[in-house]
Design a protein around this ligand. Structure first.
Ligand SMILES: Cc1cc2nc3c(=O)[nH]c(=O)nc-3n(C[C@H](O)[C@H](O)[C@H](O)COP(=O)(O)O)c2cc1C
Length: 170
């Protein structure tokens, strides 16, 4: 599968099979995160890989009761170890860096027949407490990972003419 095909095939998966993720596949997905680019190549991140069932269950409550999170055999918490750094553009490096790393994982997962769902709705201090994330680090994204239980149709996107413009913003 090439990258464009993976981008087209990716969906947010909110229902998972009762099937473990093979360690070799998990390693490949985590490697996709490790290889992601980051501002100044600082790589101010840590990825907490959760497979313990009671912890995954506890994450449900910390993630606004999104029950499907515990269905996934793996949940990855993408954390920043330098959460307050702003790039010269004024944008927060942590959110950007971790988004790229998580996106790499979502696409690698597709290639390996796995599914993910970005989780942005969560209580960050509660997730941090569950996972022993120390002061000074923050959980930026949560990503359940597993075999999809069903296929879903693509969600709609704005048309190219709505989101693209040439030379000047219009
Ligand atoms: C930053 C971010 C946060 C998100 N948070 C959640 C979430 O907490 N729960 C959820 O079910 N989906 C979440 N989503 C998934 C979006 O709802 C989904 O990507 C969007 O509806 C498009 O659907 P698709 O991913 O299947 O293309 C999030 C997506 C992004 C990019």
């Amino acid at each position: 599968m090439n990258v464009i095909d993976a981008i087209k095939a990716r969906r947010s998966v909110r229902s998972y099979q009762d099937k473990l993720v093979e360690p070799q596949k998990l390693d490949q997905i985590l490697e996709a995160a490790r290889l992601a680019p980051s501002a100044n190549n600082f790589q101010d991140w840590k990825f907490v890989v959760v497979q313990d069932a009671p912890t995954r269950q506890a994450l449900v409550k910390a993630c606004n009761d999104q029950a499907f999170i515990a269905q996934a055999p793996v949940v990855i918490a993408a954390c920043s170890t330098n959460p307050n750094r702003l790039m010269s553009s004024g944008q927060p490096a942590a959110a950007v860096d971790l988004a790229i790393a998580v996106d790499h994982m979502t696409l690698a997962a597709v290639e390996l027949g796995l599914g993910t769902c970005w989780i942005g709705a969560f209580d960050a201090p509660a997730v941090a407490k569950l996972l022993d994330v120390p002061d000074g680090a923050v959980v930026v994204h949560v990503l359940p990972l597993g075999y999809p239980a069903k296929t879903s149709a693509p969600r709609p996107r704005k048309s190219a003419s709505e989101v693209l413009c040439q030379e000047k913003f219009s």
